[in-house]
Ligand binder design. Structure first.
Ligand SMILES: *Cc1c(COP(=O)(O)O)cnc(C)c1O
Length: 341
């Protein structure tokens, strides 16, 4: 066995079929053990619940190599918990305790040659997902489900430095109050596609969604939470029941508080407050933090003082500290870095 011959540093963020994936099935009221397979095809009945009524949820995390040669992933217990919550909200059967973490370990070990080497900046992206698999035509939850994990190597998120991104305030809504914004459901993404294609056509990188009820409070983007840095260098985190609880954002909050000595306030944040903030960042597994350079509200452009060239100083410290913990250069809180091999 040897590492795959891949130009790791120049990989993009795309799907590549690797050697193995994990598959488990739920039937007759229980999950089977699951197994590793080479088969990258999913064969479903034409009327499968996921195809008709979008009963599906997913997770995203990554495995990578630390400087001392260990293969690790970051806080997989929180992905397991979040997938449990997503499943419950979508009337899908949650996995038995511990199965998610075991499956992640197994599938990464099986694909160990696909884990990018330390220093390449690339990672092995891990995509667990679950969907209703039997035929459903009357509207109801499926009776059978499949849980799979695929892995695919992805390139460094920032090639040649983190360029601040441009957001626009979207006229579309991401998640209704009391809806499914707080879970990682495929349907939240299906309805965001038109909005993101529109934003890209207009020259923006991402949409900033406001709360649909009043359009005055900040929610998040299509796939990343926002954090703000105020004039004192403290963190302000938008709070809403329809924001997806990002593991990266929750980790950065702890880093800010415990490692950098910032005050952290989680509260509803009005859009009109952006003028009071010094820095803004998008948080998610893929990039950890992408600095936000500007936000355009129907032609009115607000540029953060940190500017359009580089990360602001607090964002940079948060980024350096969290990636330092992930890479093993800085000791993280107990249980954050999970060793797979
Ligand atoms: C996955 C996701 C995030 C980021 O979550 P992480 O756990 O940090 O990767 C943020 N917002 C939405 C809507 C998401 O689906």
């Amino acid at each position: 066995m040897a590492k795959k011959d891949i130009d790791w540093a120049n990989l993009g963020f795309g799907y590549m079929s690797t050697d193995y994936r994990f598959v488990a099935n739920y039937k007759d009221g229980k999950w089977d053990e699951g197994k590793i397979t080479t088969d990258d095809k999913v064969v479903l009945n034409e009327c499968a619940g996921v195809l008709q009524y979008s009963q599906s949820c997913f997770e995203g995390l990554k495995a990578y190599t630390t400087e001392d040669g260990k293969i690790v992933c970051f806080r997989p217990d929180l992905n397991a918990k979040r997938m449990h919550d997503s499943a419950v909200r979508l009337e899908m059967p949650p996995l038995p305790e511990g199965m998610f973490e075991r499956a992640v370990d197994e599938v990464v070990k099986a694909n160990i040659d696909w884990v990018p080497p330390y220093g390449s900046g690339a990672t092995l992206y891990i995509r667990p997902y679950m969907f209703g698999s039997n035929a459903v035509i009357g509207v109801k939850p499926a009776d059978e489900y499949q849980f799979r994990i695929l892995v695919t190597p992805v390139g460094p998120y920032f090639k040649g430095g983190a360029k601040p991104v441009r957001l626009k305030v979207s006229d579309f809504d991401r998640a209704a109050p009391h809806g499914t914004g707080h879970i990682k459901a495929g349907l939240n993404y299906a309805m965001s596609l038109h909005a993101i294609v529109t934003a890209h056509k207009e020259g923006y990188d991402e949409n900033l969604y406001l709360d649909p009820a009043t359009r005055t409070y900040i929610e998040e983007t299509g796939g990343a939470n926002l954090i703000f840095v105020d004039k004192n260098g403290d963190l302000v985190i938008p709070k809403s029941d329809s924001i997806l609880p990002s593991i990266t954002r929750r980790s950065l909050t702890t880093v800010g508080e415990k490692y950098l000595g910032c005050k952290v306030t989680e509260r509803p944040v009005k859009f009109e407050e952006i003028k009071d903030f010094q820095e803004c960042g998008l948080c998610g597994t893929a990039a950890v933090i992408s600095p936000v350079g500007s936000i355009n509200d129907h032609g009115k452009e607000f540029v953060f003082p940190a500017g359009m060239e580089k990360m602001g100083p607090v964002t940079q410290k948060l980024y350096d500290t969290l990636t330092g913990i992930q890479n093993g250069h800085i000791e993280g809180p107990e249980g954050w870095v999970h060793v797979i091999a």
